[in-house]
Design a protein around this ligand. Structure first.
Ligand code: FES
Ligand code: MG
Length: 568
């Protein structure tokens, strides 16, 4: 149970120690009075609201309304709401990549939840890295916590078809690069891709993490997929506030919710969603905060046992608004029920079994398939191993081209991101459709692991109609992207992985059947080439230096090594 038993401590929680506790109490209450709060409210359980508003985060545009609705629920249930800001991460507005700052946000959340007087906390996030950061922070802080997500965007319209960020962003950019649409049309499309508040409209990273949060049991049932602009999202916020007050009276800690079993459930749901590759890194990092690890072998076992049930972009057809209308996470969890650990505790105090014992409403089977009539009989993601990735790599088979599953091809190598952008469209680039594009030095240590793994098809091939090629890197890719793409190669090139040894013209073999990725160069030659690889120059001071010295590789979740363990 919680560290402070069952009686909320309110403002007394974590009292500053001046060597005179009564003085500390008196001082804290006098400062609280200066905020104009009545004595009656000051005596209530205090519920923190970790909010992440920012004018650099479009996905969190409705944060103020959500904070207001959560506060309303807290007040109605007899608590005192106290909202506070943390770092906010708007995916496309951060340089070099939001991934670098996920761990920074997690530290902010952990420390502010622990340092300030609260009996429970509501975490409100949405955009890709924010929910993982909040879950990591809350897991480490060890106070009762409940997650609320901002919800997905609704779709826009263009020439009679629906558009949603960001799978359609890529689709239309691909058409523009191939010369199929002109400058005028791409500019029009630009204004129609992301038209409402909320997170990207497809089963990208943000939506995947929202769904996994509900699968873990740390968000209220049915709340993952409600559109950002739907009035029900405000109702969900109000209910989350009420639930947080219940948590203050009957504490449930993150470590009671996030367990080896619930993490396995979340990985299974990830497979059934055909969800984002990034979610593997994030879930690994969240679990790692509590000393929980799921092996790549177990991941592949779960993937092979779990069908893809959800027909959403980027893997399939629909958008998140369709998923919500189709029955949402309740429908998915009920299809997976025989494979789930049902004794897992959820944040409303019930087990997953008790939740799923309640009847499910109507389900749209075009969007959420039944277990026996799935989109695909096996899960969306697998781990690969081999001489090119001794510690593993990730492959989204659900979003790849089956004709390329067994490929042996000639490597076309780009040394880093600058080399890629300088040469990919060079008309003289020696490349054909059967080659394997390789990007080095885009891993966590070298570059903060940007979403550069979706290497563009070289312009001359794109114009000739090539839609997909095997692409390999130590980078990540956006959850909204698709293609035959091998990601998260570990160790990364900058950490001395064999990826650093690949030369133009080497042969590389991908086998999805064998779950392998191999560099067809003799081991002694690979070792000889690696002996000359130098680590990146050290970054000076500050957070960047800390990050570079301590970031872990993808199979450990890219956390900072000193954060990735249970707090004592
Ligand atoms: Fe925030 Fe896509 S930009 S979820
Ligand atoms: Mg994304």
């Amino acid at each position: 149970m919680a560290e402070h038993g069952t009686k909320p401590l309110g403002l007394d929680n974590g009292l500053t120690n001046y060597g005179d506790r009564d003085f500390a109490r008196y001082l804290r209450r006098s400062m609280a009075h200066s905020m104009g709060i009545s004595g009656e409210l000051l005596s209530r359980p205090v519920i923190g609201i970790a909010a992440s508003p920012s004018d650099f985060n479009n996905c969190h545009r409705y944060m103020p309304q959500l904070v207001e609705a959560v506060s309303r629920g807290i007040l109605a249930a007899g608590g005192l709401p106290r909202a506070f800001p943390t770092v906010s991460l708007g995916e496309v507005f951060l340089n070099p990549t939001s991934m670098v700052y996920r761990n920074l946000m997690s530290m902010d959340v952990e420390e502010m939840v622990r340092a300030q007087p609260m009996d429970a906390v509501v975490l409100i996030g949405g955009c890709d890295k924010t929910v993982p950061a909040q879950l990591m922070g809350a897991a480490s802080a060890g106070r009762p916590a409940i997650q609320l997500v901002t919800g997905p965007m609704s779709t826009g319209r263009h020439k009679g078809e629906r558009l949603g960020a960001c799978t359609d962003c890529r689709r239309f950019w691909g058409k523009f690069r191939a010369g199929e649409i002109d400058q005028c049309e791409i500019q029009t499309v630009e204004t129609r891709l992301a038209t409402t508040a909320g997170t990207c409209a497809v089963m990208g990273t943000a939506s995947t993490m929202a769904c996994l949060t509900e699968a873990l049991g740390i968000a209220l049932p049915g709340t993952a997929a409600i559109p950002a602009v739907d009035s029900q999202r405000l109702v969900a916020a109000e209910e989350t506030g009420k639930a947080a007050v219940r948590l203050a009276h009957q504490p449930i800690l993150p470590a009671q919710i996030i367990t080896g079993q619930s993490v396995e459930n979340a990985f299974r749901v990830l497979m059934a969603l055909g969800g984002s590759t990034n979610a593997i890194i994030h879930l690994t990092a969240v679990a790692g905060r509590l000393g929980i690890r799921v092996s790549p072998e177990r991941l592949n076992q779960i993937s092979d046992e779990t069908p893809v049930l959800v027909d959403l972009k980027p893997v399939g057809e629909g958008y998140m608004e369709d998923f919500h209308a189709a029955g949402g996470m309740g429908a998915v969890l009920r299809e997976l029920r025989p494979l789930l650990h049902l004794d897992c505790l959820t944040i409303d105090g019930r087990t997953l079994r008790e939740r799923l014992d309640e009847p499910q409403g109507w389900v749209d089977r075009k969007v959420i398939r039944s277990f026996n009539a799935p989109v695909s009989p096996v899960g969306g993601l697998i781990a690969l191993h081999g001489s090119l990735a001794p510690q593993g790599a990730i492959f989204k088979r659900a979003a790849a081209t089956p004709a390329l599953f067994e490929t042996e091809g000639r490597a076309v190598v780009f040394e880093d991101l600058e080399d890629l952008s300088a040469r990919i469209d060079d008309p003289d680039l020696d490349v054909n459709a059967n080659d394997v594009l390789v990007l080095k030095n885009a891993g966590p240590l070298a570059a903060g692991m940007p979403e550069a793994g979706y290497l563009p098809i070289p312009a001359k091939l794109a114009r000739a109609g090539v839609k997909d090629m095997v692409r390999i890197s130590d980078a990540r890719m956006s959850g909204t992207a698709y293609g035959t793409i091998v990601l998260h190669v570990a160790p990364e090139a900058a950490a001395g992985g064999p990826l650093a040894a690949v030369h133009n013209g080497d042969r590389i073999r991908l086998s999805v059947a064998n779950k392998s990725i191999d560099l067809l160069v003799p081991p002694e030659e690979i070792a000889r080439r690696l002996a000359t690889v130098k680590p990146p120059p050290p970054k000076q001071g500050g957070y960047q230096g800390l990050y570079q010295r301590t970031v872990t590789q993808a199979p450990e979740g890219c956390d900072l090594d000193f954060l990735a363990q249970p707090r004592t």
